[in-house]
Design a protein around this ligand. Structure first.
Ligand SMILES: Cc1cc2nc3c(=O)[nH]c(=O)nc-3n(C[C@H](O)[C@H](O)[C@H](O)COP(=O)(O)OP(=O)(O)OC[C@H]3O[C@@H](n4cnc5c(N)ncnc54)[C@H](O)[C@@H]3O)c2cc1C
Length: 424
């Protein structure tokens, strides 16, 4: 499927960042015939993070760009359970059950997905340079300057440089500091072996499964990977003001297991047993950024993709998938107009689900029935979408729209309001 603005002409593209979004974007650009160089600041890749969802909306694109083999590799990384259970915090009673493919899609280890995408990039013959940190930009050339002082030019530069993006500062013209979302995750990932000898929690590792316990202002997600060889739990809880100030935006901040144990005193004893056995965890602050007023630089030659422009909450289970969709649509301001409404809805899905889970048991008598529909994930509508087909269908109409119509973000964002006022 050729990109509508490509004119069959090959352009030179620099992708900054070889995370999941950067790899997907590089595969998309390469598939459409462009010359791609990926620049990654890390010298070596490691198996970082833990569980991450990949939806069919992203997998169908990756299959198109990387072939059936890539599709099979990615889907076999994912948890193979058919259904997931949503349970009551205190006693584990199942409140709702739904097919896994309706919610997070394939839940796999971020590092395993990353490895598969890096391999696909290499197999496609795309140039991937590690140990190359981009430290500055020349917007008009456009060009990037690396930490060693060297300069690389291209026709288009794509900032897939993640949540702490430098390219975002260039595109926006100011530093967009993160805000606290008011929530944080404790996360732990370890071999399932640790739990196999305990009859209280063996059932959560003897086969692939996904379970969620919801409570007041908190929820716990548990899932296995590799058929139970690996075990992951993630607790999301509302922060008190003091704790909020102490926690930094980092993937690597240590969590306090004593604090975790205090938090789970009234949790279903079966899963509490698994947490008691956990030696250490991370404390992963969930930061929030208002929707950006733009994803594309003034010169239209530098643009953003993935977490650098539309980070998602973990409950959306769509961060990597939406980064992949954006890779499919990329190039000019039309890209931003085409993608903005859908990524806002997908981001909002995560907030809606977190709030429904955290409030479902509030003001309910112990043991009172909960409507199963009210606690189910509602991601199914995202999967049938084909980002490339949608782009082809709406390109002409959307590319004719003016700047005023581009600015559709929330009116309470002061930067957006200024731009709207200016444009009208
Ligand atoms: C360490 C880590 C752990 C994560 N763990 C999870 C998880 O467990 N579950 C989950 O759902 N999501 C996790 N995420 C987030 C998830 O990977 C993203 O939401 C999603 O994949 C979209 O990715 P992205 O490519 O936009 O950003 P990222 O995956 O963050 O990739 C950005 C890449 O850009 C590189 N980079 C940054 N700045 C520069 C620069 N100046 N020059 C060159 N390269 C640069 C970074 O090293 C990184 O490789 C994690 C991200 C990171 C970085």
């Amino acid at each position: 499927m050729a990109h509508p603005e490509a004119n069959q002409e090959q352009i030179k593209v620099i992708v900054i960042g070889a995370g999941l979004g950067g790899c997907a974007t590089a595969l998309a650009m390469n598939h459409h015939g462009h010359k791609v160089i990926v620049l990654e600041k890390l010298k070596q890749f490691r198996r970082l993070g833990d569980s991450l969802g990949f939806g069919e909306n992203a997998l169908k694109l990756l299959e198109r760009w990387g072939g059936k083999e890539l599709y099979h590799r990615l889907t076999s990384i994912g948890n193979q359970a058919a259904d997931m259970q949503i349970r009551r915090w205190r006693d584990g009673k199942i409140l709702a059950q739904q097919p896994l493919m309706d919610m997070a899609g394939y839940i796999g280890h971020r590092g395993d997905y990353h490895d598969a995408l890096l391999q696909a990039v290499r197999d496609a013959g795309i140039e991937l340079l590690t140990g190359c940190e981009v430290v500055a930009f020349d917007e008009d050339a456009p060009a990037v300057v690396l930490a060693d002082g060297s300069r690389l030019e291209a026709d288009l530069i794509i900032g897939a440089d993640g949540i702490k993006s430098r390219a975002r500062e260039l595109v926006l013209g100011f530093r967009d500091a993160p805000k606290s979302s008011g929530y944080s995750c404790w996360r732990a990932y370890f071999p399932g072996e640790h739990l196999k000898n305990d009859p209280r929690c063996r059932e959560f590792v003897d086969h692939d499964c996904v379970n969620i316990w919801i409570g007041e202002d908190t929820h716990l997600v548990q899932n296995t990977l590799r058929g139970g060889k690996e075990f992951n739990w993630i607790i999301t809880r509302k922060l008190s003001h003091e704790a909020d100030i102490e926690i930094k935006e980092s993937w690597f901040q240590d969590g306090d297991m004593d604090e975790v144990r205090r938090h789970i005193v009234d949790l279903d004893p079966r899963i509490a047993a698994a947490l008691e056995k956990t030696e250490s965890c991370l404390d992963w602050k969930i930061c929030y950024r208002d929707p950006l007023p733009t994803w594309v630089s003034k010169s239209h030659r530098i643009t953003l993709v993935g977490d650098s422009c539309h980070p998602h909450l973990p409950t959306s289970a769509q961060g990597a998938s939406q980064a992949t969709e954006s890779g499919a649509v990329l190039a000019t301001r039309t890209y931003e107009k085409l993608r903005f409404p859908r990524t806002r809805l997908s981001q909002g899905n995560g907030e809606d689900l977190r709030d429904r889970w955290h409030n479902a048991l509030k003001n309910l008598d112990e043991g009172a029935e909960v409507d199963p529909e009210s606690v189910k994930m509602r991601n199914r509508w995202l999967y049938a979408f084909d980002a490339e087909e949608d782009t082809l269908q709406r390109w002409d109409e959307v590319s004719k729209q003016g700047l005023g119509q581009t600015i559709v973000a929330r009116p309470h964002n002061p930067v957006v309001k200024k731009l709207v006022d200016f444009a009208s």
